[in-house]
Design a protein around this ligand. Structure first.
Ligand code: HPA
Length: 275
C-alpha cells in the first residue's frame, strides 16, 4: 500500500514543481466550490493520478487543486471517494495519505451532514470534536504498514484541540456562528431511519454523515493534525417531517458557501501563522 500511495504522491509532486503544500483540504458534497479560492493554481484531474479513481457521486468534481489560500500553500481534493460508491477504505483514504507524503502537516476534512442536535439548523457549520465510527470497517485493517504509522494508533484527540481553537477564532473574527459536535459516520448510501437517528442521539451523536471517519482515522495514523467541519444540510430523519434527498443536501451546502469559504480561508490563514 505504501508504494501505491508513494506513486500517487510522486506523480502530483512532479506536476506541482516547487510547490510544497502545508495543509490538505478534502471537500465534501456540495462544498467543492471552495476550490475557487485557490490562487496560483495547478489542477490535476483524478483520472490522471495513479490509483485515483474518477468520482461518481453527483456534486463532486474529481480533481486536485494545488496553490495558495490566504497566502498558505494548500492541496485541495475537490471531490472525495466514498465507501458507498464501492471504493475500498484504502482508496477512500488515499487523499489523506498523499497529503502527508507531500509534506503537509495539517488536514481539514469537510462534509455535509444531517443535524441531530436540536441546537443545529440547516445551513449552519459545526466543527467536529470527535466521531463515532459506525461503518463496520476501518482503513487500517490488514497488515500494518509501519511506514504509515503504528499498529494501534491513539485516537483520543482525533480532532486537534489546537486546530479547533483556531476554527473558533476564525469564526469569531468573521462573525460566523459555529457549533462543536460529535459526528456519527455510517456507510450509507440509504439515509437513516427515524429509529436509527433516535439511537444515534442516545449514543452521543450530534450529526450524521457517510464520510470523514475513514480519512480521519488514516490521517491520525500517519501523523497529520486533523480538524473537520460539517455543513448541516438537513435535519436528520424523523426530526422533521421532510423527506431527505441529495439535491436538498447540495442546495443547502451551496447556500452556505460564502460562510464556508470565509471560515475555511480564515482558518487556513491562522494555521499558516501558527508555525
Ligand atoms: N444522513 C447521512 N448523511 C447525510 C445527511 C443525513 O441526514 N445529510 C447529509 N449527509
Amino acid at each position: 500500500m505504501f508504494s501505491k500511495v508513494k506513486e500517487s504522491a510522486s506523480f502530483i509532486k512532479e506536476k506541482i514543481h516547487d510547490k510544497k503544500p502545508r495543509i490538505g483540504v478534502i471537500l465534501g458534497s456540495g462544498l467543492g466550490d471552495f476550490a475557487d479560492e485557490v490562487e496560483n493554481r495547478i489542477e490535476i484531474p483524478y483520472s490522471e493520478i495513479p490509483h485515483f479513481h474518477a468520482t461518481t457521486v453527483i456534486g463532486h468534481v474529481g480533481r486536485v487543486v494545488v496553490g495558495t489560500v490566504s497566502g498558505v500553500e494548500v492541496i485541495i481534493f475537490q471531490g472525495r471517494f466514498h465507501a458507498y460508491e464501492g471504493h475500498s477504505f484504502e482508496d477512500v483514504v488515499l487523499p489523506a495519505r498523499v497529503t502527508k507524503l507531500l509534506g503537509a502537516t495539517e488536514l481539514i476534512v469537510t462534509n455535509a451532514a444531517g443535524g441531530i442536535n436540536s441546537l443545529y439548523s440547516p445551513g449552519e457549520l459545526v466543527y467536529l470534536t470527535d466521531h463515532i465510527n459506525l461503518t463496520s470497517n476501518n482503513p487500517l485493517i490488514g497488515t500494518n504498514d509501519d511506514e504509515f504509522g503504528p499498529r494501534f494508533p491513539d485516537m483520543s484527540e482525533a480532532y486537534s484541540h489546537d486546530l479547533n481553537k483556531i476554527i473558533e477564532k476564525a469564526a469569531k473574527t468573521q462573525g460566523i456562528q459555529v457549533h462543536p459536535g460529535v459526528y456519527a459516520g455510517l456507510r450509507g448510501p440509504s439515509y437513516e431511519t427515524p429509529a436509527e437517528i433516535k439511537y444515534l442521539r442516545i449514543i452521543g451523536a450530534d450529526m450524521v454523515g457517510m464520510s470523514t471517519v475513514p480519512e480521519v482515522i488514516a490521517a491520525n495514523h500517519i501523523g497529520l493534525k486533523v480538524c473537520a467541519i460539517s455543513c448541516i444540510t438537513n435535519l436528520a430523519a424523523g426530526i422533521s417531517t421532510e423527506k431527505l434527498n441529495h439535491d436538498e443536501v447540495k442546495e443547502v451546502a451551496n447556500m452556505s458557501m460564502q460562510k464556508f469559504k470565509s471560515l475555511i480561508s480564515t482558518s487556513i490563514k491562522f494555521i499558516g501563522e501558527n508555525v
